[in-house]
Structures are given as C-alpha cells and as structure tokens.
Design a protein around this ligand. Sequence first.
Ligand SMILES: [Ca+2]
Ligand SMILES: [Ca+2]
Length: 205
Amino acid sequence: MRRSVLLALALPALVSACGSTSPSPTPTPTPNYCSGTPSVYGKAVSDWWIPACSLAQDIYNDPSVALGAPDAAGTGPASYTGFISLGFGGHVTLDLGGCISDQPGADLRVYQAVSSEPVSVYVSISPDGPFTLVEARKWCGTRVDRVKGYCEFDLATAGVSRARYVRVEDGELFPCPGGTVSEGADLDGIQALGVTTVAGLPGLP
Ligand SMILES: [Ca+2]
Ligand SMILES: [Ca+2]
C-alpha cells in the first residue's frame, strides 16, 4: 500500500480519537436550597416513613399535622388531635422552606405530645441528604400544657452550621404491635428558634 493511502486511512481514526467536535453538555447547576427564607415552623412534609405494623396499629397517621405551630390537644387514647405517632422507629422529615444558621444555644425545638417519648433529630440542607444526626433518642417532654411538650436541639452538637430539612425519628423504639393506638413518639411540630415569630401566629414559649 502506498504511503498516501495509509495516511488517508489513518486520518479519520485520529480525528475520532480526539473526540467529538460537538459542544460538551452544560453541567446541571447544583440547587441552592438555602436561598429561601426559613419559616418559624415546618412548612412542608419532605418525606415520611412509618413501619406498616405501626400504621396498622396507630390511628394518628397523618404527617401534615406536624406542619405549622404546635397544636396537639384532646384526650387519650382515641380523641387526640394535632400529632402523628411515629411508630417503631418511623420518621417525618419537615422542610423549613429555607436554611437556618447555627446560633448560640438551641436552634430547633421539637414538639412531642402526650408524654416524654424520646426522639432523634437529623438535619440536612438538601432533601436528598446527607442527613447529620444532631442527637439520638433524647427525652422529649418539657411541658407546655397537659398534651403539648417539647425538647430542644443545638446544630453545633452535630457540627453543622446550616439546616433546612429536619428529620424527627421515633426514639422510643417500642416494639410493634404494642397494644396502643399511638405507638412511638408523637410529633406535633417543629420550631426554628432563631426565626422571628410571624405576626398572627400564637405565641409559644
Ligand atoms: Ca446553636
Ligand atoms: Ca401539630
């Protein structure tokens, strides 16, 4: 084969080896989940999971009641309102709508109803995580009234500076079925302590 023919055969291969001449795809921008203004209380349910056994056993299974200002009330065992029973190790992840920043002292208050069942709290700045554990199985029942109680969490404990998504997980770990209709910790709501209370919302401690 003549040299010129060899060159003609080799050139397309060389061009191919150098890659396509079409423009490279534009990288997808990383969402800035911290751009919004955080709410005082949970603004949306980001995700939730409760074991099937607990869902079948419990009668307080609506995660949307953990949104907004705490409002647990009523009488037990079957006439409470305002909380979701987390069951055996279940959780609800609430979206504050924007990021809060670590400030001196506690940053988050979790309202846990009825008695002092423990909860674990995790936080993230993205709905997809990673979630960082703030504290595990913390007793949660400083009284507000006969039904409402709370406990507090400090972002600094976890070594994180910002948080938007707050996952509250049952820390009671009461095996299911346990013979009640409100198994596990009972989540009433969350409050971002560093966010100024919006006018019109009820004042709480
Ligand atoms: Ca703090
Ligand atoms: Ca509630």
